[in-house]
Ligand binder design. Sequence first.
Ligand code: AMP
Length: 586
Amino acid sequence: MSEEREALAELARRRGLFFPANEAYGGTAGFYVYGPTGAAIKRNVEDAWRDRFAIGEGNMEIDAPTIMPEPVFVASGHLDGFDDMLVECAECGESHRADHLVEAATGMEDAETLEPEEIAELIAEADLACPNCGAALAGQDVTDFNLMFETNIGPGSDAPGYLRPETAQGIFVEFPRLREYARDQLPFGVTQVGRAYRNEISPRRGLIRVREFTQAELELFVDPERDEADLSSVADVTLTLYPAEQQGAEGREYVETTVAEAVDDGTIAIDWIAYYLGLAQEWYSSIGVDMDRFRFRQHLPGERAHYAADCWDAEAEVGGDWIELAGFAYRGDYDLSRHAAHADDEFTVFQQYDESVTVERPCVDPDMSVLGPEFGELATDVGNALADLAERDPGAFDGEAVPVEVDGQTYDVPTAATGFAVEEVTESGEHVTPHVVEPSFGVDRLVYTHCAHALREDEVDGEPRTRLALPPASAPTFVGVFPLMDRDGMGERSREVADRLRSRGFAVAYDDAGSIGRRYRRQDEVGTPYCVTVDYESLDDGTATLRDRDTVAQRRVDLDDLPDVLAALRADERAFENVGVAVADA
Ligand code: AMP
């Protein structure tokens, strides 16, 4: 493990950020618990995502079940194709992600795009060994392993169900109702923040690859003909792009460019994707990701799902590895068309034209007194086939007889008996299957990354200190309140201060144990931006010391002003050096 990741894992365990689950029972790989500190960070990150991508964009948020019945995943394609490549060691029985072994050994970046047989050949060629026991893996089968957790809905096994491998399906399946709540107006967006489950072959790297995780997904439904992204709010945002053609073996070339330029020169082919990359760039920066260790990587052609017209991942570097934080995909009409084909509902939106249009519509009105005797029980099918043909190929009705196909047999129908005509009809709109633009964020990877990027080691008063430089928006606690000592009324006064701050909506940590220096360190380690210490002077003049986590600078502040001062600091409306008076001058 890299030094950075080791330092984070140690802090995470010690300070209740996150830790492996079920250790009392020997541990369960791929499952993590967020401790009190981590759960607060995660909640803050989710709220910040909501503020930006749901509320800030005027999108609806839903909360759908995490178990869905099998037909959903037949339609979505997950049952058939949501697989990773598995190779098992014959010696120790350990399972491995075969493509990851190949990537680690060869430096390839897209081994997952290869077929299992090709991966098996590469394993043999490179003579790869089991990372667990060192036995040779050459000759072992590489197989597709479906990542969904299966269960049964109700007693018995008649109704298989699956834990959702992504939150998105809950949005697609409910589209017929959601469309109504959007009053049949495209474009509209639906978000969901919730758990997803993948039975990963080899979960690893802390929160990065787990079997139960949280996604924050946005599905934007657009009319591909009429809706265009409005790029004005993000046009000048500078992106760090890693386009597919730069991802050669000879090393990488990043492209620093604005959203507007990237769209103009075609680096980003789809405006909607460019829009969300711009939003995400600014949002990741506001939440505390180090943007010098961040990039948007375009999927290589083989890596993209066949229906995705373009796809970019947000990636951040931690401990020398690039971590996929989010995916941005233009999914076309794949999802809704698939559900339309499998489910019993309409997955379209009726789009009203600005003005009604008159169109010519070929139609038939078959004479059943002719078709009945001629085709017997096939007469209705022949009639339906004629209606289809009229729509598809009106020219077929030019001759004396019309050939139609029913159950693989061709029948000639006298044209005079088809009642073929071209009618003029006035149409006020059309049914459109919306296309989907999907930004899909992983919450756990973001919590992990932004804690790693915020982790600092420095020195205070000649002593090493560890600090999480989290921005106030994601810090689990906003202010620590301490009495210098719990005596002579300082404890009571501090508890009063803490209560007042809590009632103003601040997350407060009250601590009266140990030396003040130790208490400061404890708060520094969990990212608390400010601490207030109530001392003897406070009892005399109603002021207290306010300390800034990052600079350790201290100001003397009137306790009556404290809630307003903290609110201004949180909103970034005041700089720390402008509140109260410097301690040295006090
Ligand atoms: P995907 O549907 O594979 O593009 O996943 C969307 C996002 O979910 C990714 O960008 C990750 O941030 C997150 N994610 C996917 N798989 C896992 C996992 N096993 N553990 C944690 N996060 C994951």
